[in-house]
Design a protein around this ligand. Structure first.
Ligand code: TEU
Length: 572
């Protein structure tokens, strides 16, 4: 009997419930909507679904601000709906991974409401500190330290009730829990067991490497709290304790735990995912997502330097090999659509969407597919500040305006990088509102839904959707994808993404042309073997072995040359 955990050969699909499918016409997606579309998810061949938060929430940050962990927000449905979802998914062989947001709660959570009273036994459940005297104004105070929120501005908010400040790593409506308080940890663990008892199969843990704060909360050199918090050794104690107190209570079940970790290094990720240390199964890291951030950060996007992207992913492949475990992603609800960001969402839309998915999935690790990625959904043409719904976008706009940056520049960056790009409704068909809702959608539907939709791709063997299905199926049949070693080739090439996966006598060569011009491959080993090798998957119709000389392939490939945005994986 194999003791290998199921998630090693799994592909996970992420559902952002607000934007997936709306069953009741209020313009917001819901659990019954997911139930209606489960066949689509099952047909992809994925093994599990990560469901972004559906808990009771004031929705300041679309559910990442939770006011009741053990109830479903009426916008999304009821607990009975969720139970039904678990059952329906299990009946199809799908597992359900819930989002766990426990670095912070909503400020409307009863715990925080009680905590505002300094005499309350829950005072220490959050992080309260008196202000520092303001040298310029004797009557006033300054925040307790210089930390800034991930969403910009100070990470501290003065609460008039007690005259003290509380820490919030995100919006002021998301106060940080105090994990140093044992009662907080026990409450979280009990809540997690309650969900596992209902049948859920694991958790994606939101910003989990922020939970342990350094003793004394010292100032940060650059004012960025992340540099102070993310490497705090207390994190590993808490994760190991959580493993014992929660997951070890179910010796007969194998869960999936993936921790989102901001600014995490591969060294830290190894500590967190080495099975012998019994913390997490994998982490979501950000290094490869940050390669196009400029000096001013995310909202200062730069053109992609492919060398930086492939070097980053390769580094993680090497550093975690044999010790930890990688997660693989290019999209989620916080990132702009990758086909618009690093592909070509115009002329080579289909080719670049499939190339990016293909290259990613042929790395070692567990791939995550974000809703809409499997049909190549693109960024939305946001134009005006009022088009955005995301709280992060609003804060970025406000601060950039305060800094005096030109309006045109700000709006251009926001359109490229805003999280709302990922949150426009799932495009099911070409109807009004893309088949997402019978009402009016909370965020506008992209006009390209007229041709870019699930229905249009369903029966087309050359669609992005069909490519993803083939890609996902490969993980079940090709051992080398799961277990093979990884070696990056031609690291300095600005357009060629190439690597070799090897296991036993299997040698899989992956080559991809990350550009709109033909690319002649280097001579010699292993590239010379490409044309004579056995093609496992390709993203041109005639290169996939399923339609020789297909329409887009034209005359077919010239030996040793990759066509625009062509990907091929070949056993050599
Ligand atoms: O995100 C963590 C986070 O800080 C980034 O992903 C962030 O969205 C952005 O990249 C910074 O510019 C998690 C959730 O995924 C996100 O949706 C929440 O807003 C955030 O935590 C707070 O819970």
């Amino acid at each position: 009997m194999s003791t290998e955990p199921w998630w090693r050969r799994a592909v996970v699909y992420q559902v952002y419930p607000r934007s997936f499918a709306d069953s009741d016409g209020d313009g917001i997606g819901d659990i019954r909507g997911i139930l209606q579309r489960l066949d689509h998810i099952a047909a992809l061949g994925v093994d599990a679904v990560w469901l972004s938060p559906v808990y009771v929430s004031p929705q300041v940050d679309n559910g990442y601000d939770i006011s009741d962990y053990q109830a479903i927000d009426p916008t999304f449905g009821t607990l009975a709906d969720l139970d039904e979802l678990i059952e329906a998914m299990h009946a199809r062989g799908l597992r359900l991974v819930m989002d766990l947001v426990v670095n912070h709660t909503s400020d409307q959570h009863p715990w925080f409401q009680e905590s505002r009273d300094p005499a309350s036994p829950r005072r220490d459940w959050y992080i309260w500190r008196p202000g520092r005297p303001d040298p310029d104004d004797p009557g006033a105070t300054l925040p307790p330290n210089n930390w800034s929120s991930v969403f910009l501005g100070s990470a501290w908010e003065l609460d008039p009730v007690s005259g003290e400040y509380y820490l919030h790593s995100f919006t002021p409506q998301q106060p940080d829990l105090n994990w140093a308080e044992p009662a907080v940890r026990q409450a979280v663990y009990a809540m997690m067991r309650w969900w596992l008892d209902r049948g859920v199969d694991g958790f994606r843990m939101d910003v989990i490497n922020l939970i342990s704060k350094p003793e004394g909360l010292p100032d940060a050199e650059q004012g960025n709290q992340l540099e102070m918090v993310v490497n705090d050794p207390g994190l590993h104690r808490y994760l190991a304790e959580m493993r014992r107190e929660v997951f070890d209570a179910y010796p007969d079940r194998t869960f999936l735990t993936v921790g989102e970790m901001l600014a995490v290094t591969p060294e830290q990720a190894v500590l967190a995912t080495d099975p012998a240390r019994r913390e997490l199964d994998m982490v979501f890291q950000f290094e490869h997502m940050d390669v196009d951030h400029g000096a001013l950060g995310k909202y200062d996007p730069q053109p992609l330097d492919l060398r930086a992207l492939k070097a980053s992913l390769a580094r993680w492949q090497e550093m975690l090999a044999g010790q930890g475990w990688n997660s693989l992603y290019l999209n989620n609800h916080d990132q702009p659509r990758v086909v618009s960001r690093w592909g070509d969402d115009g002329r080579y839309w289909r080719e670049s969407a499939t190339l990016l998915g293909g290259v990613l999935h042929l790395h070692q690790g567990t791939p995550f597919v974000y809703q809409g990625e499997e049909i190549g959904m693109t960024n939305y043409p946001f134009a005006r500040p009022e088009d955005y719904r995301d709280v992060e976008a609003a804060r970025a706009y406000e601060i950039a305006t305060m800094m005096g940056l030109p309006e045109e520049l700000i709006l251009g960056s926001m359109a490229r990088m805003s999280r709302d790009n990922a949150r426009t409704p799932m495009q099911w068909d070409g109807d009004a509102e893309a088949g997402f809702t019978t009402g009016r959608s909370w965020l506008p539907v992209h006009q390209n839904h007229l041709w870019l939709n699930v229905a249009a791709q369903q029966d087309d063997p050359h669609s992005v959707l069909s490519f993803y299905k083939r890609l996902i199926a490969l993980r079940k049949t090709e051992d080398v994808i799961t277990t093979g070693s990884f070696r990056l080739l031609e690291p300095d090439h600005a357009r060629l993404w190439a690597f070799v996966r090897e296991s036993g006598d299997q040698r899989l060569l992956v080559v991809a042309n990350v550009s709109g011009d033909p690319l002649r491959l280097p001579a010699g080993d292993p590239f010379a073997a490409l044309d004579g090798g056995r093609l496992l998957i390709g993203n041109y119709p005639d290169g996939a072995g399923d339609a020789p000389g297909g329409a887009e392939g034209g005359a077919g490939a010239e030996p040793g040359v990759l066509r625009p945005w062509e990907l091929r994986a070949v056993y050599v």
